[in-house]
Design a protein around this ligand. Structure first.
Ligand SMILES: Nc1ncnc2c1ncn2[C@@H]1O[C@H](COP(=O)(O)OP(=O)(O)O)[C@@H](O)[C@H]1O
Ligand SMILES: [Mg+2]
Length: 242
């Protein structure tokens, strides 16, 4: 049996799309790809994902159409746990037990790596994906994070795979900031995902980004979400060297 894989969409800065993309991917794997998924929400104090789930469950109490849709689809929402860093580490250990049938644990982390326990969590990941936005401040913090992880963690612990991806990409994004960042990544040998997620209000819509509803392809025309997920699946299915 395959062991549980730990995945984080993470960077130092808030607002890059960590929680949004985590929810999108977790729901895709759980409800469209038949995987057993859990989310560890360690992003104290926001706990965005736990709050999103609470709100969605609350809405179900009055929205009978949505409730019927879920029942028809036979969906059992995947668990979302709010954990401190210490509990997160303990629970990661437990998931590595032979009897655990969870395929993917997505971990939502706060925007820092200046904490030893948090460093241990990042070290214990299998896959790290770092969102970048093509504006000076945003891109700088994403690249600083990538370089720090590359120099201090990648290949030394469990983590063997790190990718940067572009989020909130639009027609103004192919600017000098973007070009410079791509050159830095090439120079530092930091892999960048081909598929860039477009800047779109669709990422703010509750039924589009949901922790309880199945992923719906039709919502995501012109956002590049589909190629992004395909590329993501390819990356995490690639055998890792030990
Ligand atoms: N590709 C995108 N296009 C437009 N808005 C986006 C996109 N990705 C994320 N957002 C929005 O950006 C805001 C911050 O995203 P969030 O996932 O909460 O960031 P983080 O968890 O990194 O702080 C949210 O309002 C979200 O809907
Ligand atoms: Mg967040």
């Amino acid at each position: 049996m395959e062991t549980t894989k730990f995945i984080a969409i993470s960077t130092q800065k808030g607002g890059g799309g960590k929680s949004t993309i985590t929810e999108l991917l977790a729901s895709f794997f759980a409800y469209s790809a038949g995987k057993k998924v859990e989310i560890f929400d360690c992003d104290f104090p926001q706990h965005t994902i736990s709050k999103d789930r609470e709100e969605e469950l609350k809405e179900l109490e009055t929205n009978t159409a949505k409730k019927a849709l879920l029942e028809k689809a036979g969906i059992k929402p995947y668990p979302i746990h709010s954990y401190t860093f210490h509990v997160c580490l303990e629970e990661m250990e437990k998931r590595l037990d032979d009897n655990c049938d969870t395929d993917y644990v997505f971990i939502d982390l706060p925007g820092t790596i200046k904490d030893e326990t948090l460093l241990s969590i990042v070290s214990g990941l299998d896959y790290l994906f770092i969102p970048a936005i093509a504006s000076t401040k945003e891109v700088r913090s994403s690249l600083e994070y990538a370089v720090t992880v590359q120099q201090n963690i990648l290949g030394k612990f469990n983590l063997k795979s790190m990718h940067v991806f572009w989020n909130r990409f639009n027609r103004y994004s192919e600017n000098s900031v973007f070009e410079t960042a791509m050159a830095v990544c090439e120079h530092q040998k930091i892999p960048v995902m081909e598929a860039k997620l477009e800047d779109s209000t669709k990422f703010n819509k509750t039924d589009f980004i949901s922790t309880i509803l199945p992923f719906q392809k039709k919502f995501f025309n012109q956002t590049n979400v589909i190629p992004f997920i395909q590329e993501f699946v390819t990356i995490i299915n690639k055998p890792q060297e030990n």
